[in-house]
Design a protein around this ligand. Structure first.
Ligand code: PLP
Length: 410
């Protein structure tokens, strides 16, 4: 057995097997690369189930009045909706497309919440005709669009709380396209009543990848003080570990903070996305080209990049990387993608163990917002999603083909 320890960014249950190769969900990722090709998103199903259970158990130990909602934008695929529904979670959707996926997965529409700062009339019709549980209304224009429909709604507010995270993923500050300003809430409540909507509570989401739970406590206190509502949805945003140095708060600490100011009869809802799926997934690539520029940098180029993981380019997100069957360091490397953009770099300055052409390279903690943000830049087909459990691997989203790329063209 290899002596190299796995960092906690890898899926729960991962290990280096007797051949020194990474195993996810009991599957050897070098074998997965041979069987399914690269790049590919590989998920440990049991990791997602364990995290879902941790949320539910953390709430159940503290209150009877709660609902855990899977923020499906983090990883919108039917297999994920199905898995989380099996674990007793609800889901939120942020578009007609996500609603379509959730319904196709067989989710109970009553357990769905719909978000969005600009839901189209067609999306609102789709939601209402599907029997969707709650629409999270975001503007006076939307209240008008919903007039006379008798829909159950929550009101999204902009609480003016700014967590420390990337400004592109802060959403609760006053200067935000989301929600109602605090000073508008009274008028919005009245507008909902006038429009014949059934207002059930308030919602706020202050941002993503938040590593300090105090802001969640502050949010709970603030919303709890805004009237007598049966439902308070405190959004998502719990951060995860992307690199070995990251020490995110535990699910228990997070739930504690959410509930600290909750009143007895109020149902507290939360919408984790990243914290349910982020560490469950890794992306595997094949190394195709290595350029060692003396005194400058070693570029290790892989067969994917910004089309399968936009986060490094979008937010400067930082990841780890390893050669799947030779964990360790020794050579400072930069993992470059294959796209025609100099900025298409997945990981800058990471230690690899003597990278070679043909190696399978793994980037962990890519379970959230990678498949979700995958795109066809350079007409690159999107990777498959593979779920692994107890040594069995199954394709839950197939690899896109070149034929798929021309399907919409006329
Ligand atoms: N809820 C809402 C309204 C969001 O916009 C988001 C993310 O953007 C989430 C929940 C999930 O956030 P996270 O994945 O950080 O938990």
């Amino acid at each position: 057995m290899s002596a190299v320890a796995l960092s906690h960014v890898y899926p729960l249950g991962s290990r280096l097997n007797e051949r020194g190769r990474l195993e996810v969900g009991g599957c050897d990722v070098v074998e997965l690369a041979a069987e399914f090709g690269t790049p590919a998103y590989v998920y440990a199903e049991n990791d997602m189930r364990a995290r879902a259970r941790s949320f539910v158990e953390a709430f159940r130990a503290r209150t009877e009045h709660f609902e855990v909602i899977y923020a499906s934008k983090a990883f919108p695929c039917t297999a994920a909706y199905r898995l989380f529904a099996e674990e007793g979670l609800s889901a939120d959707v942020a578009s007609g497309g996500e609603l379509h996926l959730a319904l196709a997965a067989g989710m109970d529409p009553k357990r769905l919440y719909m978000h969005g700062n600009n839901k189209s009339p067609a999306e609102l019709d789709y939601a209402i005709e599907s029997g969707l549980g709650h629409i999270v209304v975001d503007s006076f224009d939307e209240i008008e669009r919903l007039r006379g429909r008798g829909q159950r709604v929550l009101l999204r507010v902009t609480p003016g709380i700014e967590p420390t995270t990337h400004e592109f993923i802060q959403t609760g500050q006053v200067d935000s396209k989301f929600g109602f300003q605090m000073g508008e809430v009274e008028r919005a409540v009245q507008a909902c009543a006038d429009a014949g909507l059934e207002l059930c509570g308030l919602h706020a989401h202050i941002g993503s990848q938040i590593l300090d739970v105090d802001v969640f406590e502050k949010l709970g206190e603030l919303l709890g003080g805004m009237g007598d509502w049966p439902l308070l949805n405190l959004g998502g945003g719990l951060g995860i570990a992307y690199t070995a140095e990251d020490r995110p708060p535990s699910i228990e600490e997070y739930v504690d903070a959410l509930l600290r100011h909750a009143l007895e009869n109020v149902t507290v809802l939360c919408e984790p996305g990243r914290a349910l799926v982020g560490n469950a997934g890794v992306t595997i690539y094949t190394v195709g080209t290595i350029k060692r520029i003396p005194g400058v940098r070693t570029y290790v180029s892989v067969d994917g990049g910004m089309s399968d993981n936009l986060r490094p380019m979008l937010y400067g997100a930082r990841y780890e990387a390893q050669i799947a069957d030779r964990f360790g360091g020794g050579e400072l490397s930069t993992i470059a993608g294959m796209h025609c953009e100099s900025g298409d770099v997945l990981v800058r300055d990471v230690e690899l163990n003597g990278p070679r052409v043909g190696d399978v390279l793994v980037i962990p903690a890519t379970g959230a917002y990678s498949h979700a943000m995958a795109n066809n830049y350079n007409a690159v087909p999107r990777p498959p999603v593979i779920f692994c459990t107890d040594g069995d691997a199954r394709v839950v989203v197939r690899r896109e083909t070149h034929e798929d790329l021309t399907l919409r063209d006329s």
